[in-house]
Design a protein around this ligand. Sequence first.
Ligand code: FES
Length: 569
Amino acid sequence: MAAMTDTPPKRGLARNTANYGDKDFALYLRRSFAKSMGYSQTMLEKPVVGIVDTGSDYNNCHRTVPDLIEAVKRGILAAGGLPLAFPTVSLCEPSLFPTSMHYRNLAALDTEAMLTAQPMDAVVMIGGCDKTVPAQLMGAASADIPAVQLVTGPMLATPFQGERLSACTDCRRYWAQYRAGTVSQERIGVLEGRLATTAGTCGVMGTASTMACIGETLGMIPLGHGSIPAVHADRLRAAEEAGARAVWLIENPIKPSRIMTEHSVENALRVLLALGGSTNALIHLTAIAGRVGVKIDLRKLNALSDSTPVLVDLKPTGEGYMEDFHAAGGMPALLWELRDLLHMDPIDITGVPLGERLVEPAFVDRRYIRERAKPVSPVGGIVSLFGSLAPRGAILKRSAATESLFETEARAVVFDGLEDLANRIDDPGLDVTAEDILVLKNAGSLTPAGMPEAGYLPIPSRLARAGVKDMVRMSDCRMSGTAFGTIVLHITPEAAAGGPLALVESGDRIRLSVKDRSLDLLVPEDELARRRALWSPPAKPKRGWDRLIADQVLQADEGCDLAVLRAEG
Ligand code: FES
């Protein structure tokens, strides 16, 4: 119990006053300036809920953020709080060079700093596109103030000439056909205007959708709210509820560190596997978990993968779109189906353990959320691989891969980096067959490329035109959650860190075995030693964010976070 002489905790605008050496003056000044914005004394005495505003003209996925902010404010005001919205970095997947991943940690740092520096008793974080949600969860975990995650929600699929289209699995499918010469220039132009026709995040189980589902599983998004379509009126009601929930959290301070625990992280891993979710989400979940001191072990992932069925039938691994998943029952239905595999003790932002939040759904559309007896696949969507080419691991999304390629020993055709790939992949003289393994190196998190989603190496156009749809491809970079193919990703350590990948040369033989969870470079040790003696690390950028990345960024098995930002620092 607090002693009678203890000072009551500071609330609202009285929190975190600026450091002038006179706290009363600092608060006086803060209120005086706040009054210039027209707030009454009554309003300024209320508890404060910050609202993270990631709206940006560069971010199509966040187009509805202004409407969401209004709805969040309604919820906060009705519950007795003072809403104060503030901007942070906004990351839109296709809008950023070299890649949005290069800036995820910047957004996380921005979020953490503003949550910590500004006076707020709780926060509603509005995000949506692939990197904003993980960045916000990372920031909230480190700032550790009561926080509610609100996502912008997925776009709707567009009916088009007898099929439905949505970003961005269909973008990739049609682009592959265009490269193969089976879709004309004119038609690819028409399709460009039909692939993303409403506000919202990509409409398939890509990274944004996977992270929304993971946010629900972790307990930072209320169950059922992550998949509400962006343009649905329920999305605004969810925003209003998020505002009210944040005010409730001020009186019932449940911090992110109590919600995102070892058990809720393990539940999230199960869900990632059952979704056939994005491989990127594994990196993000590892980074989020790292902020609360929880380590994700890729070998444990394999054990979970072997005992977790894929139950969700959405693109890119299946047929449906996010609106189908939501109408089918969404995360409440999926978690109910998985309940015997999940920890039931994790609480969410309502303070209620998962076991008490789960109820048997009245309706589930089994086309999109399968029952356990009839899974899409009896085992999880992602496996990790280890071996002489990936001592600290690599991953493969087996649910989006070609099973006949799972056991492959073949010749490597190596590209030294993205520029080399762009210059040579479509060269008619390139010595490559459909049975070869395409290898891309120097595209990991330490490189100026920033670990882009380039792991989906294009099929060389000569082979694509001959009808080749898939080949084994591998790299130290990532793949879009909306992509598909037999693609080994996140080879760790990456080439730029001096991993064995740096030593691979065209003509080497590589063995991939999904059965054995292995990835090996079949080159004699003395030859590798000779090559290693000739290898030198790439030069570091001289300044700025790129330099901070080069000095600080961790490898994929540690979530590619900055070393100083993890829980242990
Ligand atoms: Fe934003 Fe796909 S581009 S979610």
